[in-house]
Design a protein around this ligand. Structure first.
Ligand SMILES: [Zn+2]
Length: 403
């Protein structure tokens, strides 16, 4: 262990013997009592010294070895200390790629805020390199989202789409004006490659390797067709549900951006659940949906560029949070934002008892074991809190389906 104070949080004295780490409420914390000698010792925690050397330096500053040890233990418990050499073999491999790490420095610092364990942030960043994500749909939302995931260090981002790049597909960070008329899929893959901080690592399942397809850690559905954004066809997700593949919906429909649900097959509400709830609420829903699905040739939907970019950003953030082992709030909810107010709001999506995804059975079991008060307050926060607990031990990028 070569301790290094995490650089993500600014340090400041609150009073004579209390130090505050961080500025914002989400991540700031205070430690005290702390005397100036101990505080000065923190500057030695820069990753160049191991424990024996730190104890020796402490002795020179009248800090006995047990004080040094207990200080380090407190700082580590508070999640303030990283290990400059920790994280395992994958982290070591990434550490050797200085040019890549320089690109990802802000991402690494952000990961260090949500990873308490020393070495955990770099291990998390290294784990992203082994992930495989598929993005279906390469319009203004999908191509940008795919590029963002690639730029954030996801090793393999595969884009699927048909047709050729149209002028209205072009977006900063996504499909370029130079790609007009090219095959959309090819142009989107080029955008993904441009965004990547490194050449993709060679996977065991790369073409020609003969290895079995390892499947996707996540599939993101970003249809260019606005009816599919508003009313995703449950049939499209059937193979994903059957194979237990987590999938996330995102897109823009008539000036409304949508992120979610992130479907954990058999655990949280899916497109089928959404469809059935709408049928329950509105008898005219199936009739309307059938009319909307009639194709209109070359119709260009209302998709504000800023809205598309915001949707791509939030969806990529939720995707990454999930891939990093967390539980974003789009599990069990659809986030929506509309022009001109642009205030995000969540619409909870409970599993539907009649849906073939069987998430309702699990939901029922969970609720029968919780108290009545909790049932009353079932809202946006609840699924995320529960999933965080359930997913706490889930290794990065993995998901075992309960179907
Ligand atoms: Zn369902």
């Amino acid at each position: 262990m070569h301790p290094v104070m995490k650089p993500a949080l600014r340090r400041g004295w609150r009073d004579r013997d209390t130090v505050q780490f961080g500025m914002t409420p989400a991540h700031a914390l205070t430690i005290g009592p702390m005397d100036p000698a101990t505080h000065g010792f923190l500057d030695l925690l820069n990753g160049t010294r191991g424990l024996p050397l730190l104890r020796e330096e402490g002795r020179r500053r009248d800090l006995p070895a047990d004080r040094v040890d207990s200080l380090l233990e407190r700082l580590t418990r508070a999640g303030l200390v990283d290990d400059a050499r920790g994280g395992g073999p994958a982290a070591d491999a990434l550490r050797a790629k200085e040019h890549v790490l320089r690109r990802l420095r802000p991402d690494l610092a952000a990961l260090s805020l949500t990873t308490a364990e020393p070495g955990g942030a770099l291990a998390g960043l290294a784990a992203r390199r082994a992930l495989r994500v598929q993005v279906r749909g390469a319009g203004r939302v999908g191509a940008v989202l795919a590029s963002v995931l690639s730029g954030a260090g996801v090793g393999e981002v595969e884009v699927r789409d048909t047709g050729r790049v149209e002028p209205w597909d072009v977006a900063p960070g996504g499909l370029s004006a130079e790609s007009l008329g090219e095959r959309r899929e090819v142009a989107a893959r080029a955008a993904v490659r441009r965004a990547a901080p490194d050449r993709p690592p060679r996977h065991a399942h790369s073409p020609g390797s003969g290895a079995r397809d390892a499947g996707h850690s996540l599939v993101v559905l970003t249809p260019r067709d606005d009816v599919s954004v508003h009313a995703p066809d449950p049939a499209d997700a059937e193979p994903l549900l059957a194979s237990g593949t987590p999938h996330l919906y995102a897109g823009v429909v008539e000036g409304t951006g949508v992120v979610g649900p992130l479907v954990l097959p058999g655990e949280s509400g899916c497109a089928g659940c959404l469809h059935l709830h709408r049928e329950d609420r509105d008898p005219a829903w199936p009739r309307l949906a059938a009319q909307w699905r009639c194709p209109e040739a070359r119709r260009v939907g209302a998709c504000d560029l800023t809205l598309a970019t915001a949707v791509a950003g939030l969806a990529a953030a939720h995707a990454l949070a999930f891939l990093d082992g967390g539980s974003p709030s789009s599990v069990g909810a659809r986030w929506e934002v509309s022009v001109p107010g642009l205030d995000w709001r969540a619409r909870p999506l409970r599993p539907h008892p009649a849906c073939g995804c069987a998430a309702a059975e699990r939901d029922k079991a969970e609720h029968s074991s919780s108290d009545g008060a909790a049932r009353e307050t079932m809202a946006v926060q609840r699924p995320s809190t529960e999933r965080r607990k359930a997913g706490a031990a889930r290794p990065t990028g993995t998901w075992r389906a309960h179907v």
